[in-house]
Unconditional design. Sequence first.
Length: 276
Amino acid sequence: MKLSLSVRVAEKFLAKREANMTLQQLASLAAQHGYDALCMRASQVGVHSPRETVGAARALLAEHDLPVSMLTGDFPIPENSDDEGPQALRHITPYLDLAEQLGAPLLRVCIKTDEDLEWTRRACDEAAERGLQLAHQCHTRSLFEEVDRALATIASIARPNFGLIYEPANLELCGQDYGLDTIRRFAPHIFNVYLQNHVIGPDGDSVLETWCRGEVRFRQVPIWTDEGIDFAPIIAALSDLDYRGHITIHQASADLGTEAAVAESARYLRSLGVGD
């Protein structure tokens, strides 16, 4: 399993359009702490970026020997916008162009309703012509909130280049099992793994809306603490199932301390066998 750093670590939890570090700073930190790849988001480079900016980013990452593990090409996708999030599926070409320019094999998309499924199939077919893959994160307020619905959606899309970003914290927010049984069911479809951490409780200072449970309160905690998600059995299960893709540190850490998050998350996950 390879260790990937999402540029999400330089964003605040609810402010996904701004970053507290440049791509140069993030790449330097990632290389310093032994990450194998960078997961790109629009807060650094997206479909809105000038071609020169994209080229400079590709060159910078090459200097640090950091391929792009996955690309999220605009802001509405990570913002989980009901109206704008799925629009990329209807206009996928510039997103695929950007993925090629950055050398990213995988593109994250947003699917909200059954009406989006035919557009997803078309987008997958266009991506397949370029040897690219599409994936959806386990995410609140989407067709990927619940395990059964996620698997049914993947089956309905029925494209070999469409898969899942397994994300245990969001599954827990939605009252879903994120452990061994779920990992086994998801295993054939896992294209990437996102890790972030929280503790659910009525005194939490953050709240997210879910379709299946309504509002859920929680507080963010670092990945390497003893609180929240139990990551050790997750990593062990993925290893046992011969998952060889990226494990991506995805936690918004501008409020938690970005540099510490980059360093300590890498140290902790290496202790579990990731990136060896």
